[in-house]
Design a protein around this ligand. Structure first.
Ligand SMILES: Nc1ncnc2c1ncn2[C@@H]1O[C@H](COP(=O)(O)OP(=O)(O)OP(=O)(O)O)[C@@H](O)[C@H]1O
Ligand SMILES: [Mg+2]
Length: 284
């Protein structure tokens, strides 16, 4: 063993690029008598490389939690760390918001190029990278169109291309496929699953769909109704890597997990029902 290996500081997982650590986080909107607790207290550790899916009823705090991880909101109490440090908005993670936040006066090309510039990609590589990203989200041929000239679903796909451009070790995606047709949604789900796996990126993905959660997640966390706290935390043991997506979606294991997640979301929304980690569902 070399001397540098002996003296090297061990890489604790919580400091690895892309890891997320949320400790005793509470988030309130408003102040004083108007204060409303949207999230917490939440403790959640996402190891580097994990694909964590957050599910839960509308209003239970999923987007708030994602914005806290992205650094766009500061927790009222507790701490959020990304790659071992305080999250820096726009830097620590590639983010796809629930509604696309593009520069409306720019073209599709202008929006993607800006992301490539922020990601530090050399200008000479922009055309190739841009074409690759737009093809990935099925937007070939739209480069010159202005954002207001494309549909809501197309705008969301530009936002996805932009988040992928950053090649960030952490991707935060807030219901990115909700506005897309079923076919495009399935294709992009397969793409995001593959891209994150191939590149070892960490993902935190919000969805209302049990089907989407099971297909994408290596772990699923259900948030209880507002204020959101973590209810069941389900590891998903479906095969990853080079899998036939169609076969996976049609497997009995997939169907069983989908039913389990769907049940968990309903129960968490209704009340903080005790959960049995045996995987058999909820105690009455
Ligand atoms: N900027 C804000 N100011 C005040 N309250 C807010 C703000 N943003 C969200 N909230 C409230 O905090 C709670 C959680 O909102 P959040 O958007 O995180 O929920 P969500 O789980 O993402 O819901 P959905 O599934 O509908 O997107 C809701 O009750 C919402 O009304
Ligand atoms: Mg939301």
């Amino acid at each position: 063993m070399s001397s540098s290996e002996l003296t090297a500081k061990p890489v604790v997982d919580a400091e690895r690029a892309g890891s997320v650590r949320i400790e005793q986080v509470t988030h309130q909107y408003g102040r004083g008598g108007e204060a409303f607790t949207a999230v917490g207290p939440v403790d959640l550790a996402v190891p580097a490389g994990e694909f964590l899916v957050l599910v839960g009823a509308s209003g239970c705090g999923k987007s708030t939690l994602l914005r806290l991880i992205a650094g766009f909101e500061q927790p009222t109490h507790g701490s959020v760390r990304v790659s071992g440090a305080e999250p820096r908005p726009g830097v620590s993670a590639g983010v796809v918001f629930q509604t696309p936040r593009l520069f409306p006066w720019r073209t599709v090309r202008g929006n993607v190029d800006l992301a490539l510039r922020y990601a530090g990609v050399g200008r000479a590589q922009w055309p190739e990278r841009r074409a690759e990203l737009l093809a990935r989200v099925g937007l070939e041929g739209t480069e010159r169109r202005r954002v207001w000239e494309i549909s809501g679903g197309q705008q969301q796909r530009v936002a996805i291309a932009r988040a992928l451009a950053a090649e960030n070790p952490l991707l935060l995606l807030d219901e990115p496929f909700a506005a897309l047709d079923a076919l495009t949604r399935e294709r992009l789900q397969e793409d995001v699953r593959q891209v994150t796996e191939r590149t070892g990126r960490t993902a935190v993905f919000v969805t209302h769909s049990a089907e989407e959660a099971v297909f994408l997640g290596s772990r699923i966390v259900v948030l209880t109704k507002s204020p959101g706290t973590v209810a069941p935390d389900l590891p998903i043991s479906l095969p990853r890597g080079d899998v036939d997506a169609e076969e996976l979606r049609n497997s009995p294991e997939f169907a069983e997990l989908r039913a389990q997640v769907s049940h968990a979301v309903k129960a968490a929304a209704a009340a903080c029902t005790p959960y049995t980690p045996s995987g058999k569902g909820f105690d009455p």
